[in-house]
Design a protein around this ligand. Structure first.
Ligand SMILES: NC(=O)c1ccc[n+]([C@@H]2O[C@H](COP(=O)([O-])OP(=O)(O)OC[C@H]3O[C@@H](n4cnc5c(N)ncnc54)[C@H](OP(=O)(O)O)[C@@H]3O)[C@@H](O)[C@H]2O)c1
Length: 255
């Protein structure tokens, strides 16, 4: 069983300026990371990120769709041993069948190709720093399509599959790979969703605990863990239940 203890780590967190990414930076500071490269698309948030701990937090500009920015950060951050692929986006309104391909491509570009680009850029660095760890923030929507966000779900399914491939390919160099499958979390992304929501801090602590204790797949929070049980017991019934739930939401919105 492969494990990685984040205490003393040097981490890169993508999408660190808000939501779950920002919670990761705070929890990593609490747990004794030596240095955290906090990735943000906009330099406007750099002062705010630095203020979390000017000694240990190094803001870096990284848009995961921009290969040039990723290469520049890889050149600067050759000391990382923990990569947290958190950056993500969701097109809730788009349909797979009716809409043009722009929304499907946009979600795939960030959530799948973006994570792939960043991981490829840092895989060798992790290897030369002893293997280290990777945390991929996927979603329960990646293991069962959520009809209210089908393009997002498809991109997170691709990320789930990539996570398994990373575990195989990078396991050979000693890298521990954790996939995280949250339900709704209380961040900007889920602001319009009428569900009970997990906290960003709980997602971060559960993910880091899993890295340290060798849990490969993390289903944090009540909705996510009951989802995992349903998935194990009867995946077809879960598909029916999620479809039913989506129909109910659409009917309520129409009335
Ligand atoms: N909230 C949920 O219910 C939920 C559930 C399951 C999984 N997740 C996943 O959790 C992760 C974090 O989301 P969140 O809930 O914290 O949402 P959020 O508050 O909307 O934060 C998303 C973060 O990703 C960044 N980002 C978006 N596109 C990017 C790009 N092209 N390059 C670099 N960074 C980019 C955003 O940066 P800007 O500020 O520049 O936009 C922001 O920092 C995502 O992967 C999301 O899919 C969320």
């Amino acid at each position: 069983m492969s494990t990685f203890n984040p205490a003393g780590s040097v981490a890169l967190v993508t999408g660190a300026n808000r939501g779950i990414g920002r919670a990761f930076v705070k929890i990593l500071l609490d747990r004794g990371s030596a240095k955290i490269y906090a990735g943000a698309r906009s330099t406007d948030s750099f002062d705010d990120l630095r203020a979390l701990d000017p000694e240990r937090v190094i803001p870096v500009q990284i848009d995961v769709t921009d290969a040039g920015q990723i290469a520049a950060v890889a050149a600067q951050a050759g000391d990382i041993d923990l990569l947290i692929n958190n950056a993500g986006q969701a097109q809730f309104a788009a349909a797979l069948i009716d809409d043009d391909l722009a929304a499907a491509r946009a979600d795939m570009e960030v959530n799948y190709f973006g994570t792939l680009r960043v991981t490829r850029a840092f895989a060798g660095i992790l290897g030369s720093n002893g293997g280290g760890g990777i945390i991929n923030i996927a979603s329960i929507a990646g293991v069962q399509n959520f009809p209210l966000a089908p393009t997002y779900s498809a991109s997170k399914a691709a990320l789930h599959s990539a996570t398994q491939a990373f575990r195989f390919e990078l396991g050979q160099q000693g890298t521990t790979v954790v996939g995280v499958y949250p339900g709704p979390v209380d961040t900007d992304m889920a602001a319009g969703l009428e569900f009970d929501k997990d906290s960003p801090e709980h997602i971060a602590t559960s993910s880091l605990d899993a890295l340290a204790d060798g849990t490969e797949d993390v289903y944090p929070g009540e909705m996510s863990s009951s989802f995992e049980q349903a998935l194990r017991q009867d995946p077809k019934q879960l598909e029916r239940d999620v479809t039913e739930m989506a129909r109910g939401v659409l009917e309520a919105a129409a009335n």
